[in-house]
Design a protein. Structure first.
Length: 94
């Protein structure tokens, strides 16, 4: 693999990870009740469905408007990071 293709491969790996992450979240949200817990490997790996109304460190923006603001921020961040990764893959440097 040539060095100029590595950023493009990295972008595809990240994109696949994000798609898998979102698919798992949607699947859990559609099939679990709130606070439901499933143990896959006892003492090692559990999945529990909880709702987080905010973001990291317990920060939250109130109401429906806050959720829309956070969603808009996430979308903008993903778009800008995608553009940056595309530019890296084309030029080979940040």
């Amino acid at each position: 693999m040539s060095s100029d293709k590595r950023p493009a491969y990295a972008a595809w790996i990240v994109a696949a990870g994000l798609v898998l992450d979102q698919a798992v979240k949607v699947g859990i949200k559609l099939s679990f009740a709130l606070a439901e817990k499933v143990t896959w490997i006892p003492g090692v790996f559990d999945i529990q469905f909880i709702e987080n109304d905010g973001m990291a460190f317990g920060w939250a923006l109130p109401g429906t408007t806050g959720k829309y603001v956070l969603t808009a921020f996430r979308i903008v961040a993903v778009v800008f990071l995608s553009i940056h990764l595309r530019n890296i893959s084309r030029t080979g440097s940040p």
